[in-house]
Design a protein around this ligand. Structure first.
Ligand code: SF4
Length: 201
């Protein structure tokens, strides 16, 4: 099962985008990719998700390990600046998602039922919503569209970077990769501090 997932996890990414065309509520599956990097840091004390299981990096590797321009990525992208730009984008986007969903939940605004690229650029088509699965609360629909938009944006950027540079260039600036590295450092510091405290007793 584990080996099958590692080999075919790219299908998860493709399925995510296809299922969203059927009903946007399936975009909630995207939370899986937001949670799992941290779950593995806590479970394994290393970035197992990024090293083996991530469906997105699997997709990029599958698509672009043999094709693409394979240019050398600029230093600013790989060393810090790219990470900071994407982390800032992700933090603002995530905050906006939470606040706007809360406002829809409280009936203070209408749900935004459009896909946006980089939060600002609305795509000029509607999602087909091919599968009716009952009445879904507005806030849940809004959250689905926002998560889908975020995944859409990062996947498009990832695909472009993979096509121009190396297959996993996106991983150098991926906010989940950056945050899980920070979580791992914090986790290791806590473990080290606990060991030190135990040794002193
Ligand atoms: S850095 Fe991001 S895209 Fe790359 S493996 Fe980790 S979570 Fe996946």
């Amino acid at each position: 099962m584990e080996k099958t997932w590692i080999k075919y996890s790219y299908i998860f990414t493709i399925a995510f985008f296809i299922l969203g065309l059927f009903n946007i509520i399936f975009a909630w599956i995207g939370f899986f990719c937001l949670i799992m990097p941290f779950a593995f840091v806590i479970k394994d004390n290393k970035r197992t998700w990024c090293q083996s299981y991530c469906p997105r990096s699997n997709l990029f590797t599958r698509l672009f390990s043999r094709i693409g321009l394979h240019l050398t990525a600029p230093k600013w992208l790989m060393r810090g600046t790219g990470k900071r730009i994407m982390l800032t984008y992700f933090s603002i986007n995530f905050l906006m998602i939470c606040l706007s969903t809360l406002m829809v939940f409280m009936d203070k605004r209408d749900p935004l039922e459009k896909i946006r690229f980089l939060m600002a650029f609305q795509l000029p088509w509607n999602m087909p919503n091919l599968l009716y699965i009952g009445v879904i609360p507005d806030w849940a629909v809004h959250l689905g569209f926002r998560v889908y938009s975020m995944m859409f944006t990062t996947t498009i950027i990832g695909l472009l970077l993979s096509g121009i540079y190396k297959a996993r260039t996106w991983c150098a600036i991926c906010p989940m990769g950056t945050l899980s590295s920070m979580a791992l450092r914090k986790h290791n510091t806590l473990v080290a501090n606990n060991l030190l405290a135990n040794n002193k007793q």
